[in-house]
Ligand binder design. Structure first.
Ligand SMILES: [Zn+2]
Length: 265
């Protein structure tokens, strides 16, 4: 693990030297939980972009080539009670985000043991629980987008077709039921190329999703012109802001094309 971490750091640092470019006009970042220690850093991260003339947009706008100006796509993955605080922070800043949710773990519907198992699988050990359906509806009513992150956060590429189709369809159906509105944005669990496939991407398009987001960092210079492959860079709260900005400036597209992995880790 340590060696892997060391190798990734060396890879990322060599890319930072060789392949760092200016911050692109379109930047897509994503977050997970927003527990208490991160709230200030979250506002600071968004403030950095807003101060430089970026405006927050949804995934469809972000991948629309006819929109001009500096665009920032902010999103969140999984399902955390602390997204209520994230929505408050976004509202304070006049910004919007997309919340990609796992619909199978709502606090008012799932058994606590199922939620505990979900958090264990995604390596979350913080104090909070998941959202309630009322909180989800409230975030949506405040003007933020709700996207689908599947029902139970499995590695779709490792499931048989009937099960991955059910993971996607069930989630879309229940979310639309709760919100009374279409859900057309999708991000797949774990986010790397090996966790998804072309048949899955085509299925999402025919199932009614107009955008599909990845979690492959180092891809911010590709132009974001494919709505079914919107590359986002994960924001790391344990790193200072400047290091996160450098992660967005690194062009890791060659490495990702060859290996299917991210140089940033
Ligand atoms: Zn996830």
């Amino acid at each position: 693990m340590l060696m892997k971490h060391f190798a990734l750091s060396a890879l990322r640092n060599s890319h930072a030297t060789l392949f760092a470019r200016d911050l692109p006009e379109r930047v897509a970042i994503y977050f997970h939980e927003l527990d208490a220690p991160y709230k200030g850093a979250f506002k600071e991260s968004l403030g950095y972009f807003l101060d430089r003339g970026y405006r927050t947009v949804c995934a469809s706008e972000f991948t629309n080539p006819s929109l001009s100006g500096k665009l920032l796509f902010v999103s969140f993955d999984d399902n955390y009670e602390s997204w209520v605080d994230a929505a408050d922070a976004l509202d304070d800043l006049g910004a919007t985000a997309t919340f990609y949710i796992n619909s199978g773990f709502m606090r008012d519907k799932a058994h606590p043991a199922e939620i505990a198992d979900f958090f264990r699988r995604i390596d979350y050990h913080g104090p909070g629980s998941t959202l309630s359906t009322d909180e989800l509806r409230d975030i949506h009513a405040r003007g933020h987008r709700i996207g689908c992150h599947t029902h139970r956060h499995r590695v779709l590429a490792e499931l048989p077709r009937t099960r991955w189709a059910s993971e996607i369809d069930t989630s879309k159906r229940v979310l639309e039921d709760w919100l009374g509105a279409p859900v057309t944005d999708f991000s797949f669990p774990f986010g790397m190329r090996r966790h998804f496939s072309e048949p899955l991407r085509r299925y999402c398009a025919t199932a009614g999703f107009s955008t599909v987001a990845t979690g492959i960092s180092g891809m911010q210079h590709l132009g974001h012109n494919d709505p079914l492959e919107l590359h986002r860079t994960g924001w790391k709260f344990h790193l200072p802001l400047e290091e996160n900005i450098l992660n967005l400036r690194i062009d890791g597209s060659l490495y990702a094309r060859v290996t299917g992995r991210s140089v940033i880790g």
